[in-house]
Ligand binder design. Structure first.
Ligand code: IMP
Ligand code: MG
Length: 170
């Protein structure tokens, strides 16, 4: 395993994202929606740096088995909040093929939020299979499988405080 982002580097990235989000939303109340399970650690750090009133909710979708994308998503655990007329900030760990966020965003837009923005800690733009652009991206990374800071490989390594490359795809 090779460290890609240290604990300190992640802290800096999260702070930069929070600063941009604080500026954009000013004091508007937001509903931060974490995509389970990968986003929980990022979400926990991010929301503690946001200064507007915040509510939290979570949604869980299935898309991955091991390190391979199945190409479809299914909502396993839905939101417990009615998002109509809410300012929703969807929080994701990493964007890969773009399928999860593409499908999830269109699903959530059907519920008529006031606004829906996406923040992703990491993005692998070279892996895109469907078009997707997040409103806020912490760091673009190359086509490598990464673990730690919420990200798993077969449910392991989520608790690591840093992000490391576990398998090279190139
Ligand atoms: P997408 O639908 O292909 O964009 O997949 C996004 C999801 O795949 C993320 O929410 C992660 O759970 C998972 N994923 C993609 N790349 C990685 C990685 O490098 N490490 C761990 N999980 C990943
Ligand atoms: Mg995930």
């Amino acid at each position: 395993m090779k460290t890609l982002l240290s604990k300190e580097e992640i802290e800096q990235i999260v702070l930069e994202l929070a600063t941009r989000i604080n500026n954009d939303y000013q004091n508007r109340k937001i509903l931060a929606v974490g995509i389970l399970k990968g986003s929980v650690i990022f979400l926990a750090d991010l929301v503690r740096k946001l200064s507007m009133p915040i509510e939290l909710d979570f949604i869980q979708v299935a898309s991955y088995v091991g390190t391979k994308s199945s190409g479809e998503i299914k909502i396993i655990k839905d939101l417990s909040t009615d998002i109509s007329s809410r300012d929703v900030l969807l929080v994701e760990d990493i964007i890969d093929t773009g399928r999860t966020l593409n499908l999830l965003k269109s699903e959530l837009l059907k519920r008529h939020p006031q606004s829906l923005k996406v923040v992703a800690l990491l993005d692998k733009p070279s892996r895109r299979e469907v078009e997707f652009k997040a409103d806020y991206v912490g760091r673009e990374i190359p086509d490598e499988f990464v673990i730690g800071y919420g990200l798993d490989c077969d449910e392991k390594y989520r608790h690591l405080p840093y992000i490391a490359i576990i398998k090279s795809n190139t």
